[in-house]
Design a protein around this ligand. Structure first.
Ligand code: NAD
Length: 424
């Protein structure tokens, strides 16, 4: 995955607080008792390790690694590993909790976790990254496992790191344990359909939401922020279903064409251009921030956190926002967007197609059997549609946004399971 240097954490809404403020509203609506509230909000386990690594020049550097298991009530915890310089405990805690709610919303038998290493991966050699990944795996050996905690790629990591992780874990076990990690290369037990799974889930959620809003996809316009894995696949699949994608962007700029951008040629351009849209001529160049404020039917933020905030929420004109990215809208913007009557399909629902197909990868590894792409897509589409309907029903019943409804669905599922399992 391309690494984009994020804004310093002090300039952003604290992600843990952002998540907790939504959790609090949903818990209140559900009338969640104080004891269960305390259990659900507290991460089960937080681990910080120091990883001394020999650098290519022979020097030693110590890196800090994290793994937070937010919950393992529904099953083994699941969540990515992020390599980035601004990784810190609050962020990892928030991302781990998001994973708990995401898995619960789509009803897959996983808890939530997240991990990370504070490092600048783009300044490190392949050898240094390999030693770092292997050292992290060894230090987390007691945590990771196909029945306990299953990592996956996140920002700054990809199939290559997952292959190292799987190999190191397997060596320590004396046997190949493919199911310890998902997002692996196909030849090592990765799943067909995983690469496009998140974008596909975004497309499925967008189409179901359009149906509810009586927006005809064939007459709808859309803008997609971010043209990486999620954004480019979502744009291409939406285009295939007749939606006119009038604007796309990446960190190098934004491109607009009222007649619709040819997404296939944009993807081909990006692939031939070091993975960026810089210099793309298939649309007029517009300001990256202006893309969010276009007068369109559907907006898909699929780049990074906190792009819709109090500063621009009032200028958003889209009828529907489908959150491809994690946390693209700060909690403070929620009421403004809700008041404006804009429907938001929240991240924990809209981008859950990725973790759903990761779950399928784990299932296939455990079965020792490979599914066809068609089977993967059919099953994940069904899961996404069912999850949307569950959330929609709760939103109608309690007259709340889809975001609060998604939290309510997730919290009640984890709370009910916790109560049935019982504590000490
Ligand atoms: P990626 O690295 O493949 O792509 C990110 C894209 O965003 C790149 O095109 C980058 O240029 C662009 N970008 C960065 N800053 C931008 C800016 N200021 N304006 C416009 N574009 C900008 O990452 P990805 O895997 O597509 O993930 C994107 C988001 O989706 C992240 O929030 C990630 O956590 C979330 N997500 C990803 C997956 C997955 O399966 N990949 C699953 C769930 C959620």
């Amino acid at each position: 995955m391309a690494y984009i240097e994020p804004a310093p954490i002090k300039d952003r809404e604290n992600p843990f607080e952002s998540m907790m403020s939504r959790f609090d509203i949903a818990a209140q609506k559900l009338g969640l008792d104080q004891e269960t509230y305390e259990v659900l909000k507290s991460p089960t386990k937080q681990v910080i390790v120091s990883l001394p690594i020999t650098m290519d020049d022979g020097s030693k550097r110590v890196f800090e690694g994290y793994r937070v298991i937010h919950s393992n009530t529904l099953g083994p915890s699941k969540g990515g590993v992020r390599f980035a310089p601004d990784v810190h405990l609050d962020e990892v805690k928030a991302l781990a909790a998001w994973m708990t709610w995401k898995c619960a919303v789509v009803d897959i038998p996983y808890g939530g976790a997240k991990g990370g290493i504070k490092c600048k991966p783009w300044t490190m050699s392949t050898g240094e990254l390999e030693r770092l990944t292997r050292a992290y795996t060894v230090s987390m050996y007691e945590i990771f496992g196909p029945d306990t905690d299953i990592p996956a790629p996140d920002m700054g990591t990809g199939p290559r790191e997952m292959a190292w992780l799987m190999d190191e874990y397997s060596k320590a076990n004396g046997k190949t344990v493919s199911a310890v990690v998902t997002g692996k290369p196909l030849v090592l037990g990765g799943s067909l359909g995983r690469v496009e799974a998140t974008g596909r889930g975004v497309m499925v959620s967008a189409l179901v939401a359009m149906e509810k809003l009586k927006i005809n996809p064939a007459h709808a316009t859309c803008a997609v922020q971010g043209f990486g894995n999620v954004g480019s696949n979502a744009a291409s699949l939406l285009e295939e279903r007749g939606v006119k994608v009038v604007a796309i962007s990446d960190h190098t700029g934004a491109y607009y064409d009222a007649k619709g951008i040819d997404i296939r040629s944009a993807i081909a351009y990006k692939e031939s251009n070091n993975n960026t849209l810089e210099g793309f001529t298939g649309g007029e160049i517009i300001n990256n921030a202006d893309l969010l404020e276009l007068d369109i039917d559907l907006l898909v933020p699929a780049a990074k956190e906190d792009v819709i905030t109090l500063a621009n929420a009032d200028n958003i004109k889209a009828k529907l926002i489908v959150e491809g990215a994690n946390g693209p809208m700060g909690a403070k913007a929620d009421p403004v967007i809700f008041e404006k009557g804009i429907t938001v399909v929240p991240d924990i629902l809209a981008n859950a197609g990725g973790v759903t197909v990761s779950y399928f990868e784990w299932v296939q590894n455990r079965l020792g059997y490979k599914w066809t792409r068609e089977r993967v897509n059919r099953r994940s589409d069904r899961i996404m549609k069912e999850a949307f309907e569950r959330v929609y029903k709760v939103a109608q019943k309690y007259d709340v946004s889809l975001r609060i409804a998604a939290y309510m669905v997730a919290i009640s599922k984890v709370a009910d399971t916790y109560k049935l399992r019982g504590g000490y």
